[in-house]
Design a protein around this ligand. Structure first.
Ligand SMILES: [Zn+2]
Length: 140
C-alpha cells in the first residue's frame, strides 16, 4: 500500500501484495484484511458519482430503471436473508436507497453514499436513514 495508508480494520500500516491476478490488492500484515491498493481523492470519487453517473453515464436513467434494479436486488436480499434476519444492515454505496427500501421490512437500515443528490433522494423516499460519506471517512 502506498504512502500513509492505514488498515481500515486495525490501523496497521504494513501490507503485502495479495491476489494480484484479481487486480491491485493488498493484505494487512496486522489482521489479514484484504483491500484494493488504490487511492482516490474525495473530489475524484464525488466527480465519478455525480448526477451524470446516474443519468446518461453509467446508467441511462437510474430512477426510471428502478423496477428492474429492484427485481435484481430482491434476489440479492433473499440471499442475505438465508444467512441473517433482523438486526442492523448498513449499505456502503447505497445510491438512491433502492436496496435499503427492500431490506427495511427485515432490518434496521442505514446507507452511506458520496453522491449528495442520491442521499437527498433517500431522504424523500422510504429509506429511513442515510449518510453522505466517502467510504473511508464518515461525516456525522
Ligand atoms: Zn489490519
Amino acid at each position: 500500500m502506498g504512502g500513509e495508508s492505514a488498515c481500515l480494520v486495525c490501523r496497521a500500516r504494513s501490507f503485502q501484495p495479495r491476489y494480484q491476478r484479481f487486480g491491485p490488492l493488498a493484505q494487512c500484515n496486522g489482521c489479514g484484511f484484504v483491500t484494493a491498493d488504490v487511492e482516490f481523492a474525495d473530489a475524484d470519487v464525488r466527480r465519478l458519482y455525480d448526477q451524470r453517473y446516474f443519468s446518461g453515464g453509467e446508467y441511462d436513467d437510474y430512477l426510471r430503471d428502478r423496477p428492474a434494479i429492484q427485481r435484481n436486488l430482491t434476489q440479492r436480499l433473499e440471499n442475505v436473508l438465508e444467512y441473517k434476519r433482523g438486526g442492523f444492515l448498513v449499505e456502503i454505496g447505497c445510491a438512491y436507497g433502492f436496496f435499503l427500501e427492500l431490506a427495511r421490512p427485515h432490518f434496521r437500515v442505514l446507507g452511506y453514499d458520496v453522491a449528495d443528490h442520491a442521499v437527498e433522494y433517500c431522504g424523500t423516499s422510504s429509506a429511513s436513514r442515510r449518510r453522505r460519506s466517502t467510504f473511508w471517512r464518515t461525516k456525522r
